[in-house]
Design a protein around this ligand. Sequence first.
Ligand code: SF4
Ligand code: SF4
Length: 167
Amino acid sequence: MTDELKIEDDYNPQDRVDAFDKLEPEFWKHKKLDEMSTEEWEALCDGCGKCCLNKLEIKGRVYFTNAYCRFLDCDSCLCKIYPHRFEVVPDCRNIDLAAVREHPRWLPKTCAYLLLDNGYDLPAWHPLVTRKADSVHQAKMSLKGRELTNESKVKDYEDHIVDWQDL
Ligand code: SF4
Ligand code: SF4
């Protein structure tokens, strides 16, 4: 695997969002996270890419850095190796209910799983609400356009700690 991997040219993130039509309307408003189908759970991911930033834990406190996993495509904010990510990156964590509840600070505060688990609604820019895959980018809630560093170039993660408001 190399950094030269590309998201397939014919992959269109809008196709994923168009398929939301098959889901129960506004299912997230009346289902708990542990009642959702796999398709509903996957649809909750807004595609922000912020969980693919490296984190540091110092004296029990978690800090986000601007250093991104080398397999993230920073333009689309999609994983370049999504089907094989757990084989290639041993510390890439599956975002399941246990991850949300055991390590909430490993997720940004805008993460849909965290919001819903804490009793909040989805934000107005969420693709499930807008039905537009790029609304997360338009709202500047994704990593797109931010000053980021590929983790392979990092010497000291402490130099890369960021305090962005949406983390
Ligand atoms: S932070 Fe949450 S919503 Fe954003 S990409 Fe990761 S799992 Fe999806
Ligand atoms: S391997 Fe994991 S952490 Fe890296 S880009 Fe893919 S999903 Fe994100």
